[in-house]
Ligand binder design. Structure first.
Ligand code: 3HC
Length: 289
């Protein structure tokens, strides 16, 4: 059983916000840190909307929803995370920015029992841990959530070379407490999820580029024929085309194999600024966003 009482979440974006909400619903007090001035208001508004919807649908009572929302605090200062007994980092996918952050977190939270989890989708856990002093490296673990966090059942638990058995066991317990199913993977490029998912998405771009079918048909065939909730091109827009390219680069470089190179059409859309839902246009158009 997880004994976490106060969690720190670094990053108030879609992933960090989702992680904070599921933790608060599980009775954990959460402090969300994001240096960007508007981030807290946006995240708070989304939390309120999701909890209102849960109440309307009878999935939560009003008092439970209000109590969960009241458990979430926001700050712009990383120093305010002192005293937390678990950290989940969900910031930008940039190895050097993450390593800097983990060095700071190690200093602010020197207690060896405080695990430092990263929600990275592709950066090596071993590499992030190596940024910390030797006697703190065992605290770093991968805790890979999926978007939308409140809906998706999985937490991929990734053990770096230095991660201790105790931290892995407590990560599994925490994921279960959050109502998720934890499944373990080793620290190899893309772990399991993106090692398997991203080449499929990349192949869908090749199918489009080679004129096998139009995007709607590619997605329709995969939705109806394979029972996917979203076709691979729609899912790429949902994830972000820039993120897809980034993960393919990690696979190609980490596995030293050009068959993982991002499809030229995918790269071209990114160059054109068509990043998917978040920019209002990717493979498809999203005028409302
Ligand atoms: N936050 C919270 N809840 C959400 C949500 C969000 N952003 N979007 C949808 N939901 C909830 C809805 O409230 C609804 O809940 P209900 O069942 O209680 O009514 C439920 O999800 C279904 O939503 P909708 O009816 O509006 O829409 P759909 O049935 O089309 O489902 C979807 C939307 C859940 C996003 C579904 O299309 C889906 O599962 N898509 C695939 C998502 C996926 O594969 N995610 C993984 C991406 S990869 C990743 O994250 C890893 C990274 O490393 C790349």
């Amino acid at each position: 059983m997880s004994d976490i009482r106060r969690m720190a979440v670094v990053g108030a974006g879609q992933m960090g916000g989702g992680i904070a909400l599921v933790a608060a619903q599980a009775g954990i007090a959460v402090t969300v840190q994001d240096a960007f001035p508007g981030a807290a208001d946006k995240c708070r508004a989304l939390h309120r909307k999701l909890m209102d919807r849960a109440v309307e649908k009878g999935k939560a009572t009003r008092p439970d929803a209000d109590a969960a929302l009241a458990r979430i605090g926001f700050t712009q200062s990383i120093d305010d995370l002192a005293g937390a007994d678990w950290v989940v980092e969900a910031i930008v996918e940039d190895a050097s920015i993450k390593k800097d952050l983990f060095r700071k977190l190690g200093a602010i939270l020197p207690d060896q029992r405080v695990a430092l989890a990263t929600n990275t989708s592709s950066i090596s856990i071993t590499e992030i841990a190596a940024a910390l002093p030797k006697d703190h490296q065992h605290r770093v673990v991968g805790m890979h959530f999926f978007n939308p966090v409140p809906v998706m059942a999985l937490v991929e638990v990734i053990r770096g070379l230095q991660t201790s058995d105790d931290v892995v066991a407590r990560t599994v317990a925490l994921a279960e407490r959050l109502g998720k199913t934890p499944l373990k993977a080793n620290d190899r490029p893309g772990f399991v999820s993106n090692r398997v998912l991203m080449p499929m998405i990349n192949e869908a771009f090749y199918a489009w580029m080679h004129g096998v079918a139009e995007p709607e048909a590619i997605d329709g065939i995969m939705k109806l024929g394979c029972n996917f909730p979203m076709g691979p091109l729609r899912l790429a827009d949902f994830i972000g085309l820039d993120t897809c390219v980034h993960i393919m680069n990690v696979l190609a470089d980490g596995l030293n194999d050009d068959r993982y190179r991002a499809c030229p059409l995918l790269r071209q859309l990114v160059t054109a600024g068509r990043l998917g839902d978040k920019t209002g246009r990717g493979v498809y158009e999203y005028p409302q966003k």
